[in-house]
Design a protein around this ligand. Structure first.
Ligand SMILES: [Zn+2]
Length: 416
């Protein structure tokens, strides 16, 4: 079995790995680079073969999890190429598509992963393992072919709400791994003995923040970070606040298919449809969907009456409604996602708006990635023949953490 990292050997984001056996190929992830401004074809790695469905040797594309830096370039792939992804992840991406601008890819049919259940793809045997990550329904993948075993860690952590999955992997790791591609996002960001806050720490921080807010608490988080939505929901409940979501959030939460995840018809949740989204609903005639999520609908007057008893799951499109509806007295803004978006200037208009209304920005966030210490115990448990760096800006640091490191640059083919 031969492998080529097309992108990811020395960067976070845009991951793409090709695996070949008996002249048959599969791709693992086809991500958009994190610094890509638009999702266009030219981001497809140069040495990648045809992805227009004309090459029968390409059997399929296996996506580890629904983050753009792992699946984004599916926008340019023929729908004849089967896609493997978690069933809930597939539903989330389909539900999100209509709401989001740009080239938002919805994966073609293929394989729906079930953790621990293997399936065959030509000469390959694939086993997905559900992992703890900030994306819902995320997997590590074991790929067997030609008598060799390759393990792809995907993106993972131990400090989320599904930390039991990490412990389970340590207790019952897949055995006899010949080579392991392991992510190293935290290298260079944390020292070996440092840890990220847990998702439970985030919940505690949110409880404190909401308690000391005298008006509307607005939290700017990705709706698709389901762990975080649960933290925001729980912290709201603990401080006597209702969580206010929009139709996009309602659709994503429904798409999880998980009845333990907050839903639009729960008593501590309310639906508020911002003006811009109302136009979108009208234009696309999403009336059935709106009706389905409207059992707890409130309007701007309702929000104005109970700012201290509300947490708004904030998106920049809310700012016009909040301004016009006079909901901002005593309001606080909590930024709860990757700092990089802010630094890249994605939210410059929002920044001006916050300043204009004298609303301070507070950061409450934790990473979706394993700390160096967690990477060490993870690698020790799986004890692979060799470790190949991926999804890291610091591949050179692997040598300090692990033995049997074999780094391969982008575009180089190597034997497992
Ligand atoms: Zn990633």
């Amino acid at each position: 079995m031969r492998v080529c990292i097309h992108r990811g050997s020395h960067q976070i984001g845009g991951s793409c790995v090709e695996v070949e056996q008996d002249g048959k190929r599969i791709l693992i992830d086809l991500g958009l680079p994190l610094d890509a401004e638009i999702n266009e074809r030219f981001h497809i790695p140069e040495k990648l073969g045809a992805i227009d469905g004309s090459d029968p040797s390409l059997l399929g594309i296996l996506i580890s999890h629904p983050h753009l830096d792992h699946f984004g370039l599916l926008a340019h792939v023929s729908s004849n190429i089967p896609i493997g992804i978690g069933g809930a992840a597939r539903r989330i991406l389909s539900a999100a598509g209509p709401f989001l601008p740009g080239n938002w890819p919805v994966p073609a049919q293929g394989w729906d992963y079930k953790s621990g259940h293997s399936f065959a793809v030509g000469p390959f045997h694939i086993t997905p393992y559900l992992v703890d990550h900030s994306a819902y329904d995320a997997y590590a993948l074991l790929i067997e072919g030609g008598g060799r075993r390759l393990f792809y860690s995907g993106d993972f952590r131990s400090h989320g709400r599904k930390s039991a999955l990490f412990k389970k992997m340590l207790a019952m790791p897949p055995r006899n791994i010949d080579a392991m591609l392991v992510e190293g996002s935290s290298l260079g960001r944390l020292n070996d003995n440092q840890h990220f806050p847990t998702e439970f720490d985030i919940e505690t921080q949110l409880v404190e923040a909401f308690s000391s807010t005298n008006g509307l608490a607005t939290v700017h988080a990705s709706v698709q970070n389901i762990d975080r939505i649960v933290s925001i929901f729980r912290a709201s409940k603990r401080t006597g606040r209702k969580l206010i979501i929009d139709l996009y959030a309602a659709a994503i939460l429904e798409a999880t298919g998980n009845k333990n995840i907050p839903q639009s018809d729960w008593p501590s949740i309310a639906l508020f449809v911002p003006h811009q989204q109302r136009l979108q609903i009208k234009e696309n005639a999403w009336f059935d969907q709106l009706k389905r999520h409207s059992s707890n609908r409130i309007y701007i007057e309702g929000l104005r009456e109970m700012p201290k008893r509300s947490t708004l799951l904030f998106r920049p499109l809310h700012r016009f409604d909040l301004e016009r509806g006079k909901c901002l007295e005593g309001a606080a803004y909590f930024y709860s996602q990757w700092e990089g978006y802010w630094e890249q200037g994605n939210y410059d208009k929002l920044k001006d708006w916050l300043e204009r209304h004298s609303i301070p920005r507070h950061n409450i966030h934790t990473s979706g990635h394993a700390s160096p210490a967690d990477l060490k115990v993870f690698v020790a448990a799986l004890s692979p023949g060799k470790i190949v760096p991926i999804h890291s800006f610091m591949p050179e640091r692997y040598q300090e953490l692990f033995s049997d490191v074999e780094a391969h640059p982008d575009g180089e083919w190597w034997e497992v």
